[in-house]
Design a protein around this ligand. Sequence first.
Ligand SMILES: [Zn+2]
Length: 73
Amino acid sequence: MDELDGNGAAGLLQEVFGAAMTVAVATCASCGSAAQPGESVLYAGGPGTVIRCRTCAGVLVVITGCGAGTAST
Ligand SMILES: [Zn+2]
C-alpha cells in the first residue's frame, strides 16, 4: 500500500469533523508524539483511510464509509 503525506486527508477530515483540521494537533496514544495531520502518514488505498503516526506507525485515525456517510474511530 502506498504511503502518502497526511495532507492528502484534509478534505476527508473536514467532511468527518465539520471543520478544517489542518492546524489541529493529534497526540499518538502509542508513543505520545504530537503532530498536525499533515505530518502524519496516510494510507488511502485499502477499504478505508488510515492515518498513522510518523514516529511509531501507531494508528491515529481510521475512516471508513458506512452506506449513507462516513465514520471514524
Ligand atoms: Zn506514535
